[in-house]
Write a protein of this length. Structure first.
Lengths: 288, 583, 583, 288
């Protein structure tokens, strides 16, 4: 398939000119095209913010739910129909702020999802408050004296939770990002891709240029299966490494542990209610 | 030696003891053995929010005819410890009998002493005292011991053979002691067994809800444990493999309801089960279900609030919350079963209604109903049209096509060529974000228009008594059977009851039905009369009396009989007309 | 050349343009300059949920007398781009005037062209076209240019001097162009400035809410950003140092409200500000506040739901949610300001009421009111008795001592010798978990008993017109001033209005007040008539008409005037009696 | 002070005989006594579960709120009155399940709180479902085929979040636990103590004996200021190390960043509303 096959011609995009979200959309379409994923097999669950509008701008099924809630929705979708390719997409506030608890526990559960977090280190849609990933000193109309909290480190946290796939990239690195997206999309299990994304309107500190100058890709010598090493690299800052930090092929498959899918991966919608089984169960409630 | 006590037809047995000390085993063994012996059973629980210690009790109604409500009276008290004796004694009547082991109970001169402990020791297992007690009760009833022996074999299957044997022996010696009491003429329980009852279903309210869900096609449950709603979750987990159910213990209630929405969206039939505090956290998703028109079924097991309240007790205090919470305006359906049969039926129907109208459906139960155990001849397993509400999409599919009845055909991702786009923002017919304010009006109207068909499909209230009775007693939810039995006792031809299995939308005929009677009484297990308020809002008819209770316990048949009798006496133009024989 | 257009006394100017292209700066510069020139201002916004692009507009009423409601009509349209022209043109009347730069606008033959771009370029700064436009408008009004120049200096203080100078120049040339239009007799704005207005306060609704909170002693705010409630949070953050306020952006709304409860418990006066979706997540804490009797003030800025809905628009769709959500039964107070003065006063009072009754108080506003900007002579800063509701504890302190009026003296940890124990479970007077069911009743009664005093203290509804008018129009919240102005236009002596600043508990006199009029009309900015439903539930009086609007926009004075006129005509026994002169 | 000074004579404790919560209560009273903390200065915020009942059983101010919500309540208390010593106390389900998001963000904020988590690897009060820390294979009435999710590792997560104090102990180790509690209570900033606690009723796998045999205290050679080393130790399992894993003295003080407490730590309840300041602010709203 071609990236253009996902186009929705004539759509009015609500992003600011120059926003990093455009680049991420382009990366995503390219990765999907290279993997030949038909829109009919793809579902994007997203939250609320600028990033979660992404699925409105290309051809896909979409469940654009509430701020912070994309991960449990995505999990429900996957667990109802394992044949679908499911992406959970949103912003840094969405996924690490309001949705922080779902992040923790989705990683533990390890459903086969791709988790795309557009990390612009700011709340875009609500006009520029600090996000969990905002760097100390970042001044906003709400953080009038600058952020002082420890920034949330999604990679370190995911590795601490023993996530099965942990990566970071930069919206400005097209080729590398397409490659990382493809790996994440084909990874069997939960895959986090945190994406440095410039917000041209509300983040005048962490600009395209800044991200470019303050990040670099991990070299070949990085062993993504070494958890301690991955953690060590994940807590590095300025410059921030990019790439696939960690991979744990040993993590159990979520779907396989769900009773209805043991040996039968057909979607739930294709099954009839099992009234015979229920009759048997009820028969048991007549005797001891 | 006390005089002979005889109880017939309908006996209220209460067992009291501390948590974690076998009271639950006694209840299980006894109820199943009695039911297998052909007796009708209605057992309710009342327990503290602790795992061990405290003082809990179980009331077991043993009857010759079907029973489905709890009593206030105690005929037979079986206190397993001193605390139980002291706590429950104030509820005794002069004719009540206390059965127990004088070695663990003191200060009860009227006790019929049976040396449970000693008999257990003789059977070779000190800890089998409770088994002896169960044996005694079965002996009193006088049918065979076999059901109990079989129940013991099953209950203790994991234990050493020697322990099982000792328990069997203990049961036998208890049984003999019970027979002796009868033989000696000290106690007589005159109950008529019905052979067919042995083959009845034997269910708790939680089971009825869970089985109803399965019958309704539920194949997905995501929840976070919370009393009293966890029971239904555990039943579904137990049968997950057999019945094909995805079971997910979510990290919190927010995740639970969002997972369920994701599952419905992708074609599953999903349930969440929770209590008030958990429901609060789901109100955001309720609103999301309203906007995206994604079906959702929530089982709301009520308990006394606010906040943590009394976690293991009962109340009907969450009606208004269920009806109004979740921001914005969108239709929903509230159902509230009044019995085990209805719990099954409404839980099943909830899935049908949710799917048909693409709205959230909330099934309101409470601790009293969920924990109550009873026998039933059968449940309706005829297949409902559980499919057919979703379509296979074409390439030009539009999720929110403006439909005359408000119900746009629902597609499912992966079924058909269309793309299924749902959106929490106001959206266009394709499901994409829109700020077209004229469209906004059309979409609001479309969503609210469903209320017309929903109201037409509303389950009718159930009238018991003459449609033109002077006084009408209204119930919703679990108070139904209690009021019904109270009315039977009052047997006044000018008194009727109206039970609402559906709380919202109220069926059309509600206004007419409430306009007729001169006196309208609403019975609710809460402090503020929430259903009475709802009726007033929707029909203009104000209740003349509200009978409310909010101490964490359900009503009893006796107290309702008395309160209603008092009200009827006040309503009667000339109190002299009322004669004692009525009672 | 078009004929001369003259506007007097009260002019509706609308500026339209895309987000992020200076429309906000135009509005700010213009309104402040006009206000400093002595004109009364009421400016409202209508914008899309996007940061850049789209098409937004601001309506600025410029008047010779105080104004406090939005109009539907457009006298003067200033489209900054083609999209704005096309979107807003349908709202124009024959006598409306379009002012703009023909270089960026096409297809508007009736346009009064002013070469904003060209004048800006001549001033040395292409991007100063908007400044030119502001200059033109000020020129039309005809007072001095100084206020604008000062405003420009301040607004652009961070820019290069050369840019500032260019803007000043641009403003001057715009001003001249405006004067010329007047001079040429093409346009005349006949407004009377009032010197005192220059010294008026100039506030948005968000500011009124935030300042009211500070006046009420608010020294703690924990919230999660959400439109339209973020505004108040930002104002508090701006003055945190000066006024001594802890400001915490919480990780989510659940944390926000729990922090606020912790803060109140420890003696702070805490506010949370949110919108419907965030409120859903706080309902758990609302119930906690109810049970622990911890005061809490929630500012609920409404926007159209359900779910994400229309994030930047207005609605009054969350009344029922605010009133009924949070499980269990406990008292609460709902206030809903109808103007900027009232936003300040009620926000302030909310803290007093929360502290006094130890209940949650919810202040309901909406996007329309919060974003509206107006001038006011003064706000009441007389100190309220903000302390005195808490006590210094003795060693035998009991947090929930049963009190006759339900209000147990509230202690604070660290103030006195007593231990302050609060509990979300049902509890004893000491604040420790209890399962004493008799105590349960006493505690429920104690909590609900507060409603008596709360009802007595309820803010009275405000009557405008004759108390025995035939027709009564009821308003709550932000519709108040719009209806008030419509009534003034209708000037019917048999028509009155009743505005409810307090929604719950309803003041005692409500029933009487509603029983009097023959015709009851309720005006609400929602689709289902929630307040009308509440009135019916509590007074039995059903509204004869509900005037509802739910397209995301506020009512306008004109549409309400028209709708009310229509209803009055229907009510009139003989329509022939009605003459055109009435209008 | 003596541990017995905190006794509440005659209180009916709802815990099962033999429950590890008794030991934790004893440790806590001892630590408080040794630090001479008067009950009047101490506030315990707790959630719902068996563990959160603890403050009802000794002399202290208490805010026994909702399941999962102790941390934000505790933060609110501390931020309203920095003079109080504030503890947030609860169970593993409470703090890492329902309350997971608060855990993440409280660590980032770093208020001066002691966070005591009674970790019995099970939901006690609701009768034995799996908790986030339940080990794989743990069978319950809900997890009928055993837990398969990755257990939540609170220490690794806290270290990934750069918490300022991270420790684990075992309820059966009285002396060591008292010492750790005292360090946590006096630590200026957020201090996590995860406490292995046997639940005699619902966890028949992770018993007193089991915890004893499967854990040991970190030796003197552990450098608690080395984040990578701390992480390495935190992801070790069977045997599980106990002790103070990590300490970051460089973390910023939360209270100091709150405007009203800059140079003035008096509690908010002792302050009058600043109507003069407001009048000044309003005056500013008259002019430009
Ligand atoms: C429950 C809830 N709280 C708050 C909001 C308001 N809100 C919308 S988007 C957003 C944050 C946006 O930031 P981020 O997630 O980083 O996305 P971005 O816009 O930066 O892409 C917030 C707070 C909401 N919609 N729902
Ligand atoms: C919002 C909410 N959801 C669920 C519950 C029910 N609940 C009470 S305690 C508890 C879990 C108890 O486990 P844990 O936190 O580990 O504490 P423990 O009892 O083991 O000490 C749950 C689920 C609740 N009270 N509130
Ligand atoms: S505000 Fe920032 S994130 Fe949002 S669209 Fe504009 S540039 Fe992108
Ligand atoms: S259930 Fe477990 S945690 Fe709860 S009191 Fe009993 S032993 Fe302790
Ligand atoms: Mg962001
Ligand atoms: Mg636990």
């Amino acid at each position: 398939m071609n990236a253009t096959d996902y186009d929705r011609p004539g759509v009015d995009m609500a992003w600011c000119p120059g926003c990093g979200n455009f680049a991420i959309l382009k990366i995503l379409k390219q990765a999907l095209a290279e993997l030949d994923i038909p829109p009919q097999r793809l579902v994007v669950a997203s939250g609320i913010g600028q990033a979660p509008k992404t699925p409105h701008y290309f051809q896909t099924h979409l469940f654009n739910g509430l701020h912070g809630r994309a991960l449990p929705v995505a999990t429900g979708i996957k667990a109802a129909n394992p044949e679908l390719l499911v992406i959970a997409q949103g912003g840094d506030g969405d996924m690490y702020g309001e949705g922080g608890n779902h992040f923790l526990h989705t990683v533990r559960r390890n459903p086969d999802l791709t988790h795309l977090v557009h990390n612009n280190m700011v709340y875009g849609l609500t006009k520029g408050q600090a996000s969990p990933t905002s760097l100390p000193g970042f001044v906003t109309p709400l953080q009038t004296e600058g952020v002082f909290q420890e920034p949330f480190n999604p990679l370190a946290a995911a590795i601490a939770l023993n996530a099965s796939f942990v990566a970071r990239t930069f919206a400005g690195a097209f080729e590398e990002s397409v490659a990382i997206f493809k790996q994440a999309l084909t990874h069997p299990g939960y895959a986090l891709v945190d994406i440095f994304q410039p917000c041209v309107t509300f983040n005048r500190v962490n600009t395209f240029q800044w991200f470019k100058e303050h990040s670099y890709f991990l070299g070949d010598n990085h062993n993504a299966e070494d958890r301690a090493q991955a953690f060590q690299r994940a807590i590095e800052s300025d410059p921030w490494p990019l790439g696939i930090f960690y991979r744990n092929p040993a993590r159990a498959d979520y779907i396989g542990h769900l009773a209805p899918f043991d040996g039968d991966r057909r979607p739930l919608h294709s099954r009839r209610p099992n009234l015979e089984a229920l009759a048997r169960v009820l028969q048991g409630k007549r005797a001891l | 030696m006390p005089p002979i006590r005889e109880f017939s037809e309908d006996i209220a047995l209460v067992i009291g003891g501390e948590a974690g000390r076998g009271i639950q085993t006694v209840e299980q063994l006894l109820t199943i053995a009695l039911k297998l012996s052909g007796y009708h059973i209605f057992a309710t629980k009342e327990y503290m929010s602790r795992i061990r210690g405290g003082s809990n009790s179980t009331q077991i109604r043993i009857a010759s005819r079907p029973v489905s409500a709890g009593l206030g009276r105690i005929d037979l008290l079986l206190p397993l410890d001193q605390k139980a004796l002291e706590r429950l004694r104030p509820g005794l009547r002069p004719e009540s009998v206390i059965l127990g082991d004088a070695e663990v109970l003191s200060g009860a001169e009227d006790l019929i002493h049976i040396p449970f402990g000693q008999l257990a020791e003789q059977a070779g297992e000190r800890r089998a005292a409770n088994t002896v007690a169960v044996g005694v009760l079965l002996g009193l009833v006088g049918q065979g011991l076999e059901p109990l022996l079989a129940a013991l074999e099953q209950q203790f299957a994991d234990l050493d053979r020697s322990v099982i044997d000792a328990n069997l022996k203990a049961a036998r010696s208890g049984f003999e002691a019970g027979r002796n009491l009868v033989g000696e003429g000290r106690l007589a329980l005159c109950l008529q067994p019905t052979a067919a009852v042995a083959n009845d279903l034997f269910l708790t309210g939680s089971e009825a809800v869970a089985y109803g869900a399965i019958a309704g096609g539920c194949n997905f449950v995501s929840s976070y444990p919370m009393s009293p709603a966890t029971g239904a979750l555990l039943v579904l987990a137990r049968h997950a493999r057999e019945c094909g159910i995805v079971v997910e213990q979510a990290e919190d209630e927010i995740a639970a309801s969002n997972m369920a929405l994701g599952a419905w969206y992708a074609g599953a039939r999903a349930l969440v089960t929770t209590s008030g505090g958990g429901f609060d956290l789901m109100t955001e998703s309720l609103s999301l279900a309203g906007m995206t028109e994604t079906p959702l079924v929530i089982h709301l097991g009520q308990r006394p609030g606010p906040a943590t309240g009394l976690p293991t007790r009962t109340e009907q205090g969450d009606l208004e919350m269920a009806l109004y919470s979740g921001h914005g305006e969108y239709p929903r359906i509230l159902l509230a079963p009044g019995s085990h049969e209805q719990a099954f039926a409404l839980s099943r129907q909830a899935f049908d209604l949710a799917d048909r109208f693409q709205v959230p459906v909330i099934v309101l139960t409470d601790q009293y109903l969920l924990d109550a155990l009873t026998n039933l001849p059968a449940l309706d397993l005829e297949p409902l049209p559980v499919t057919g509400y979703t379509i296979e999409t074409g390439a030009d599919y539009r999720r929110y096509a403006i439909a005359e009845d408000g119900i746009s055909p629902r597609g499912i991702p992966g079924r058909g060529q269309g793309l299924v786009c749902v959106d929490s923002d106001e959206h266009d017919e394709d499901g994409h974000i829109s700020e077209d304010l004229a469209l906004r009006i059309r979409m609001v109207d479309k969503r609210l228009r469903k209320l017309v068909a929903m109201t037409e499909a509303a389950l009718p209230p159930e009238l018991d008594g003459h449609p033109h009775a002077d006084t009408l007693v209204v119930t919703w939810g679990s108070t139904c059977q209690i009021v019904r039995e109270a009315l039977r006792r009052l047997h006044e031809h000018d008194l009727a009851m109206l039970h609402f299995p559906q709380i919202y939308p109220l069926p059309k005929q509600t206004g007419d039905l409430l306009a007729r009677p001169r006196h309208l009484i609403v019975v609710e297990n809460n402090a503020t009369g929430q259903f009475a308020g709802l009726l007033q809002r929707h029909t203009g008819r104000r209740a003349d009396h509200r009978i409310l209770k909010y101490d964490g316990l359900p009503f009893t048949v006796e107290e309702l009989t008395k309160t209603l009798r008092g009200l009827l006496d006040r309503y009667r133009p000339d109190p002299m007309e009322c004669c004692d024989e009525c009672d």
